[in-house]
Design a protein around this ligand. Structure first.
Ligand code: BES
Ligand code: ZN
Length: 620
């Protein structure tokens, strides 16, 4: 005890020393983010108390966002991001305060500037949405699976949270939150937080997210949904008619969580649930903490598309626990997640499976590289998205080039060292954000230098294209596919024999994507009749088949009608843009536009924006 007391002054001195070395003036905590008006080095939100009502008739959210803030002594105001929000009233520590909504641009929205008193602690913003809020998709009954009740969901990434909450919308600013959400009593609300498992009578739901997260990860969904557990910490929410099917489809989720934990440490968010959304959901999945949002198109009946769950789960570490500081560093989220996803898949389903995923990814990457041959700057890992919509950075480059970078390093150092490094990286950066530059330093100091490895890190990250030392991805499962294609071309193997092969989905996908140009329409029809591709229930096969048939002007078996139906029902951006693009590239733009006219009202704003651009739609 006495000895400890003697030590105290020294400890105090060490503490001061540290502060001196790292004054926030010379070394600001937050870097410049071109996509946010917040000035977090001056005044930053730490906790959000959200109290909102959801009005389906008016398609409006209204309520109060109350922030607990941290400010420097000098700060005279605090800045929030806000886009298409009506700000009714602002209070600072309970006193009404005049605010300014400084007009910004169409992508960033406005700068909400609130003057602060010297010791200001709480800022309460009374607001409502204005009906044109890109994060939100309000679905009528007909647009849901059960067709009995309306549905609402939010999509925050990259900078859409500011369209439903006035917020400091930069990924490097982490906040905890509590929320109270009032919804019609026949519906249930869930968030990226501790969630209810049942509906309640009054339609008022309370949420807490005790761990600090970035604004893009705040999410809300409201609908007639039910919950089914998978294990004591995993489960699934879905509309009533599909919840059992979803539970079955995703029954390996607990195994995946365990595989992930064995690789890179304890699951950091306690609960891992999935929410199956209506088919207009614009992504395959979105990694909202504790509650991944997924498209219903992954429910194939045979678990064949569940690598998507591994992907979103992996984000619980790469993305949600350790977060890209700005959208220019997006590859740190997605490249690591693709690497981690494939490690989980390898551990649960074997190396062959993971290799097939990697080779499909490599083919995607090559197509993307080819499409950027006139704009090579888009193929850098570290992006420069200043003045652009950060959504434009969401190409295969951060995902697949990022994966290839890590896989190539792994091949140099070996899996064991790679895993020890990644585990340490997640542990030491938990609940914080990281820039590309900081990551490069960390990689050199903790992996490359100690192992005396020379590696062209800068070339990989700052230069376009793929460096020469990229490892070659191979899969012997795909060799059989390529040989089969050769045999078919030469007439040595019949369509029926092809369909009888016991291939897994990735092999089928690889087969369809590599059908050679020399195959005639007659042969394509024989194949279709034998394998039934035009009637497939598997959304991934449907998508690549429609891509091929669109390119080749194949019109048999009612394919055009089926393709149009698919495009109208499904709003998953990757799927629909692949098909529209195939039509467009093949001189069928008019047809694509005709279908899109009918489909557009079903799509979420992020899909609308991309397809508008692709098909030259000006109408809003
Ligand atoms: N976080 C992304 C989705 C995203 C990225 C939304 C950028 C908005 C802006 C998610 O984890 C993702 O990558 N989804 C992929 C699936 C995955 C298996 C590659 C998708 O939706 O296609
Ligand atoms: Zn992802």
């Amino acid at each position: 005890m006495n000895k400890l007391l003697l030590l105290l002054p020294f400890l105090f001195l060490i503490g001061c020393q540290k502060n001196k070395e790292n004054p926030s003036k010379t070394n600001p905590k937050y870097v410049v983010d071109a996509h946010s008006y917040a000035k977090p080095n001056e005044a930053v939100a730490k906790h959000l108390d959200l109290n909102i009502a959801v009005n389906f008739n008016k398609k409006q959210l209204s309520g109060t966002a109350t922030y607990t803030i941290d400010k420097s002594k000098k700060a005279k105001e605090i800045h929030f991001d806000s886009r298409n929000l009506i700000i009714n009233k602002v209070e600072v520590d309970g006193k009404k305060m005049d605010f300014r909504l400084k007009k910004g641009d169409a992508v960033l929205g406005d700068d909400l500037i609130i003057p602060l008193t010297i010791n200001a602690k709480k800022v309460a913003i009374d607001y409502q949405t204005n009906g044109n809020n890109d994060a939100l998709q309000w679905l009528n009954k007909q647009q849901t699976t059960d067709k009995e009740n309306p549905f609402l969901f939010t999509q925050g990434q990259a900078i859409l949270t500011r369209t439903w909450i006035p917020i400091q919308d930069s990924p490097q600013i982490r906040i905890t939150y509590d929320a109270t959400v009032k919804v019609p009593p026949e519906l249930m609300a869930v968030m990226s937080a501790k969630n209810p498992k049942q509906k309640n009578q009054n339609g008022v739901y309370h949420f807490t997210m005790p761990q600090p997260i970035s604004s893009y990860l705040i999410a809300l969904a409201v609908g007639d949904i039910a919950y089914k557990p998978i294990s004591n910490r995993t489960g699934v929410y879905a509309e009533n008619s599909i919840v059992d099917k979803a539970q079955k489809e995703f029954e390996d989720t607990e195994k995946m969580v365990q595989a992930a934990e064995n690789l890179y440490g304890k699951y950091p968010w306690e609960q891992y649930d999935l929410l199956v959304l209506p088919p207009s959901f614009p992504f395959g999945g979105m990694e909202n903490p504790r509650l991944t949002f997924v498209t219903p198109t992954v429910i194939a009946g045979d678990k064949s598309l569940t690598s998507l769950v591994a992907h979103e789960l992996a984000h619980s570490w790469s993305g949600n626990l350790v977060t890209n500081a700005t959208w220019d560093d997006f590859w740190l989220n997605e490249g690591f997640t693709v690497y981690f996803e494939r490690r989980i898949m390898e551990s649960v389903y074997g190396a062959d499976y993971a290799n097939m995923l990697a080779l499909i990814g490599r083919q995607d990457l090559d197509e993307t590289l080819a499409s950027f041959k006139n704009t090579p700057e888009n193929t850098k890992l570290k992006l420069d998205l200043k003045g652009k919509n950060p959504d434009d950075g969401m190409t295969d480059i951060p995902y697949e080039k990022g994966f290839l970078f890590l896989k190539t390093i792994e091949s140099k150092v070996g899996k064991e060292k790679m895993d020890a490094f990644l585990k340490k990286y997640f542990k030491e950066h938990a609940f914080s954000t990281i820039t590309t530059e900081k990551f490069i330093d960390y990689l050199k100091q903790n992996l490359l230098e100690p192992n005396h490895i020379k590696f062209n890190v800068e070339e990989w990250i700052y230069k376009p294209g793929i460096p020469n030392n990229a490892i070659k991805i191979t899969s012997h499962k795909f060799e059989d596919v390529m040989q089969t294609i050769e045999g078919w071309k030469k007439g040595k193997i019949s369509p029926q024999e092809i369909c009888n092969k016991e291939w897994v989905i990735q092999q089928k996908i690889h087969f369809i994507r590599n059908i050679p140009a020399s195959i005639t329409l007659k042969q394509l029809k024989e194949l279709d009749n034998a394998c039934g591709f035009s009637n497939t229930k598997n959304s991934y096969i449907a998508m690549v088949w429609f891509e091929q048939t669109a390119k080749r002007n194949y019109h048999e078996n009612n394919i055009d009608k089926k393709m149009a139906e698919f495009l109208i029902r499904v709003g998953r951006r990757w799927y629909v843009t692949t098909i529209y693009n195939a039509l467009k590239e093949n001189g069928r733009l008019k047809e694509a536009q005709e279908i899109y006219k009918k489909a557009r009202p079903n799509y979420h704003s992020v899909t609308v924006r991309t397809v508008d651009e692709m098909l030259g739609n000006k109408e809003q």
